[in-house]
Structure formats: C-alpha cells, structure tokens
Write a protein that binds this ligand. Structure first.
Ligand code: ADP
Ligand code: MG
Length: 425
C-alpha cells in the first residue's frame, strides 16, 4: 500500500546547510541545487502539509521561531517566542526586532549588523544577552537565516532563538568553582613554596650570624682546623638549594607562557648519567643509598644537555629522598631509535591513585612534612621529556619502590626541527 504522504510535490525553502546535511540523495531533497526542497507525498493536499508545518512551528515552545520582513520587522510569532520573550503575538507583530536587544547593542547597530551578516553568509549565529518584555535579560542562542526566493531575491529572515540562561548560569557556576579551586591551589602553593624557600634560608642565616660573631670575637678560631672553609662550603650548599628552588619556579613560569627553549647538541647520555651519579654519590651515600649505575656504553643522540641533566637529576634526587637507606639502580640503554633511561629505587613507593597525577604541577603524593618539596620536579621532567618527543612512565608499589622510565628518541629533535632549532615546550 502506498504511504499517504507519497507522490505529490510540496516545496519548501531550506538553507544551503540543511541541504548539505540531508544530502542530495536524501528522499526529502529531490531538488536541492536551486535551494528548494521537494517533498514526496500522497493524497493529502499541499495545504494540509503547509498547515502541519505551520502548526508545528506555532506549537513548539522550546524555541522562539519567528520571521522578519526584509527590514527586520516581526512578521510571525510562535508560542515559544511568547514563552521566552513574554510578548503576545498581538503586541509584537510589526515591531522591529531590535527591541529584544539591550540598549548598548542597539547603540552600536548590532541588530542591523546581524541581518547584514545573515544576508552575506546565508546564516548568522550568536550568543548573547537579550531582553524580555518585562526588561529582564536572558542568555540567548540566536540563529538568523536569510530567506531568498528562487530568483535570489531576499524575502525576509527566519529567526530561531533558544533560552540558554540556565546553561549559562551552570557554566558560570562551574567556572566560579574552577576559579575557587585555582585560588585554593595558589594559596596552598604559596604556603608550600615559602616553607621550602625558608628551609635552606634559616640554617644559612644561623651560620652567617655565628660566623660574624666568631669573626668579631676571635677571628683566629675561624682559621683553625679549616673551620671557615667548612662553614663556607655548607653555606654555599644552602645557597645552591635556594637557587635550585628558584630555578624550578622560573621553569614553571616559562612553561606556563610556552617558553622553555631547547638547545639541542650531539651528546652521550650514558656519560651524562654517570656524571650526575658521581655528583650525587656523596649525598646518596650520606642517606644510605648505594648508586648502582649501568651505563658503560656510549649512547649518542641529539638532546638539550642541560635539560636532560635536569630531568635525570630530578629523578635521582627523588629516588634518594623517597628511597633513603636502600640501593638505587640507574641504567640507560638503546632500544631501536630510542634511548631508554630508568631510575629505580626500593623506597616508599607511590599509591596507584596518585601515580597518574604526580606529573602535574604542585602535585605531591606524600603528606609527611619530613619529605620537603614543591611538587614541581616531575612536572618539569615531564615537560622536558615531551619537548624531546619522548615519554615518561612510572611503575610503583607502596612500600616496595618505584621505577621511572624515560623513552626518548635519539634524533627526535633532528627529525622535527633540525639540530640547531629551538623548539618550544
Ligand atoms: N621515587 C619516588 N618514590 C616515591 N614517591 C615519589 C618518587 N618520586 C616522586 N614521588 C612522589 O611524586 C610527588 C611529585 O614529585 P616531584 O614533582 O618531584 O615533587 P617533590 O619531590 O617536590 O615532592 C612527590 O611529592 C612524591 O609523592
Ligand atoms: Mg622532587
């Protein structure tokens, strides 16, 4: 049996975009090239179908659907328009649609500009404040479509408005929540950072005061047994710690503004790992960590030496801090085009819930004040590794230890930017 809506023709103007969405072969879009849609239908008359459409538009309440004449005067008005904007049809038909716009938008000619844009582009979409009849504002999503007839003459505009006020309020609430969290994180960070900066500063201050007192009272005592040079070496150690903390903070602000320049050069990663291990050997030993280094063969690649050193140092100092009293295993080897560097400790480990977050800035997985730190080392290391087109992963078990693995292309910087380029993080 034939469907009652099959066969006869009924024509509706559709925008180019709707035609594109339906596709030329869609059964509703029999004649799409001239901007006209032809419906197939059955015994029902053209007027029946037009009536259905009219009833549909009239009864939709979620959308204000209206038409404007070519000058922007309201020509038709549906139930949705009444519900959203508060005017009855009899009050608003024939009025200019600019009355829905706040005075500041009318002052700069926004309503006319929107109509001009719709003529130029076929369709214009906007989100912004609009006015209801009672003067209150609502956040509107507005689509204006220019209606051209088959000869290309402008016949008016179709305007569909949705009330997104609730959605806007929900977004604002979420945004406020995000801001509140960011402020809280900033305050927390400021307190951690001040504590960390103060930690080396306090002993430094004490040391300098005691040296000054000794210098004033009994200068010779300072020279006995190399005391002065010992004290000065300790003071320089504290100054270095402060400088490292400040460098980390500077790196984070560079990363924030997308500026952590790399200076790639040919280098041997195995030699770098041995150097770092040698430099931190005494500190590790003083905390009971034996450093077991497996990096005898040269591993050549193109990397930024200073940044790679910083990444390895961050991993090693973490291993010493969180794995005190146990051996630490460092290794680097080649796997196809990658250098694979691991730092393994047998320390406190990291709970699974924290493992994916520790590479974010300011995130720390320990609350024990005994472990100082700003939660920046792994964040910076991750950024450095990514800038070299590599990856960093962690495997860890609480109480058993952690393994951090860097996989870094040996010539990743050459392939993408050339050896002398300065890629940005
Ligand atoms: N080797 C490790 N063993 C256990 N936990 C670690 C280790 N390395 C990092 N972590 C955890 O990851 C967190 C982030 O590390 P990091 O960014 O270096 O910050 P920081 O060392 O300043 O706390 C640390 O606070 C710690 O909880
Ligand atoms: Mg650290």
């Amino acid at each position: 049996m034939r469907h009652p809506l099959a066969c006869r023709h009924w024509r509706v103007l559709l925008s180019g975009r709707t035609r594109r969405e339906l596709g030329d072969n869609h059964p509703l879009s029999l004649n799409s090239s001239d901007g006209v849609i032809t419906y197939s239908r059955g015994e029902r008359s053209n007027r029946d179908t037009a009536d259905q459409l009219r009833l549909l538009i009239a009864s939709v309440t979620d959308y204000a659907i209206l038409t404007l004449d070519v000058r922007g005067h309201i020509a038709s008005w549906n139930l949705g328009a009444e519900r959203i904007k508060g005017y009855r049809a009899s009050e608003i038909l024939g009025q200019h649609f600019s009355r829905f716009y706040p005075p500041e938008d009318v002052a700069w000619g926004k309503p006319d500009w929107e109509l001009e844009s719709a003529i130029r582009l076929g369709r214009f979409e906007d989100e912004g404040w609009r006015l209801r009849k009672d003067g209150t504002r609502f956040w509107a999503n507005v689509v204006i479509t220019a209606l051209f007839d088959e000869s290309g003459e402008l016949r008016g505009f179709g305007k569909v408005t949705r009330d997104f006020t609730q959605r806007k309020h929900a977004e604002e609430t979420r945004e406020l929540e995000r801001l509140r969290e960011a402020l809280h994180a900033r305050d927390e960070f400021l307190s951690v950072a001040s504590h960390e900066l103060k930690t080396p500063l306090t002993p430094l201050q004490l040391k300098l005061s005691s040296l000054r007192r000794a210098a004033e009272k009994n200068p010779e005592s300072l020279l006995a047994d190399g005391k002065l040079s010992r004290e000065l070496a300790a003071a320089s150690g504290q100054v270095r710690k402060l400088a490292d903390l400040i460098d980390d903070l500077l790196d984070v602000s560079r990363i924030n503004v997308g500026r952590l320049p790399l200076q790639p050069e040919r280098m041997d990663l195995a030699a770098l790992l041995r150097d770092v291990a040698l430099r931190y050997g005494p500190q590790a030993a003083s905390l009971g960590c034996h450093l077991d280094v497996s990096a005898s063969h040269a591993i050549e690649g193109t990397w930024d030496r200073r940044r790679m050193e910083q990444a390895v140092t961050n991993l090693l100092t973490n291993a010493i801090k969180y794995g005190a009293g146990k051996p630490i295993h460092l290794s680097v080897k080649v796997s196809e085009t990658l250098a694979v560097l691991t730092v393994r400790d047998e320390g406190i480990g990291i709970a699974p819930v924290h493992q994916h977050r520790i590479f974010e800035r300011f995130v720390r997985a320990v609350s024990d004040p005994h472990y100082g730190g700003m939660g920046l080392g792994l964040f910076i290391t991750h950024q450095i590794v990514e800038a070299h087109h590599g990856t960093i992963t962690v495997e860890s078990e609480l109480g058993k230890g952690s393994v951090f693995t860097l996989r870094i292309p040996r010539e990743g910087l050459v392939a993408t930017c050339g050896p002398t380029a300065v890629p940005r993080v």
